[in-house]
Design a protein around this ligand. Structure first.
Ligand SMILES: [Zn+2]
Length: 317
């Protein structure tokens, strides 16, 4: 069976354990911070203490969803993984264009070169810098996932070009794909685009539809095509309550889609206790949300699917 690439090397699917599929552990100071002061996670010590609390609650693996050139900190992720014993999977690819400075290479780089860059990070190793100053320092840490992001509006212009490069890199490397979605993003066109480019739906997770796409028929269309949906509006009360989130999980599980759901917290500085006292913390799903799911009637085997079996399928299926 295929290996899963973490910042400490390949692991077998058995070693994956309990996994939250879309987190942020480290995030360098940059344009994202200037847009939103919660998008800064710059202390190894603080992030490590969150990961240790996750481990203590029963967590084994995390995906850090910050792509290279956009604040990713692979060396620090490795340090945290070594110190905590928690597997950390890093990503290549691209985020929303508002998170890059005007002169950033992502705006001018030809699609063919972007495809090579993304595929190379998954097949050979991630670059350490990628902020423009350090093109030569490729590490031996392979990216485990390729990430893309779609903002409100149609899939055209630069995003179409970027997703073309991402699809090519996915085909070349065999790495699975995760997609950030914003409210108003044309997710169905993106799904068709990826399928046309040969990316199998079973290797793709659409993230945040629990707050970005209220139309449940759109969720169902994607699930029927075979895509994974990753929900992470958990303990995020400015969007909705945990009860509302639990109803959404129950709805999809009762409709027969428990084999295609994933969960996480999509943490920011405001949501990690080590940075913001009183915040929910990385152990919130294990300590607080799973008991709520169980009380609402979700079975332990379905929780096992969302936290482990489905993640294995996403990587190795
Ligand atoms: Zn995220």
């Amino acid at each position: 069976m295929a290996e899963i690439h973490t910042v400490l090397g390949g692991i077998s699917p058995d070693g994956l354990g309990f996994c939250q599929s879309h987190e942020h552990l480290m995030l360098r100071m940059g344009p994202s911070y200037r847009l939103n002061h919660d998008l800064l996670l710059d202390s190894v010590e603080k992030s490590l203490s969150e990961v240790l609390s996750y481990r203590e609650a029963g967590g084994d693996t995390l995906i850090d969803a910050q792509p290279g050139g956009c604040g990713r900190m692979p060396a620090e992720l490795r340090e945290i993984s070594e110190a905590s014993g928690v597997n950390i999977i890093a990503v290549s690819g691209f985020h929303k264009l508002c998170y890059y400075d005007k002169g950033h290479w992502i705006h001018g780089c030809a699609p063919g070169r972007l495809e090579k860059l993304f595929a190379g990070e998954a097949l050979e190793g991630m670059f350490l810098g990628l902020e423009g100053e350090c093109e030569l320092c490729r590490t031996d840490m392979r990216a485990g996932v390729l990430k893309g992001a779609l903002e409100a509006g149609p899939l055209d212009g630069k995003y179409r070009e970027l997703f073309g490069a991402l699809a090519g890199a996915a085909a070349e490397s065999g790495a699975p794909v995760m997609i950030h979605t914003d409210p108003g993003a044309d997710v169905l066109s993106l799904a068709a685009f990826l399928m046309n480019r040969g990316v199998p739906p079973a290797k793709v997770m659409f993230c945040h539809l629990d707050r970005a796409v209220p139309e449940l028929e759109v969720h169902k269309r994607l699930l029927d095509l075979g895509f994974f949906l990753e929900f992470d509006t958990i303990g995020r009360f400015k969007y909705h309550s945990d009860e509302r989130e639990t109803e959404l999980f129950l709805y999809h599980i009762r409709s027969g889609y428990a084999g295609q759901l994933l969960f996480s917290l999509d943490t920011t500085r405001a949501r990690l206790r080590a940075y913001t006292p009183g915040a929910v913390g990385l152990d919130y799903i294990l300590r607080r949300f799973i008991p709520k799911l169980l009380a609402a009637g979700v079975s332990t085997s379905d929780i096992g699917r969302m936290s482990h079996n489905n993640v294995v399928k996403f990587f190795c299926g």
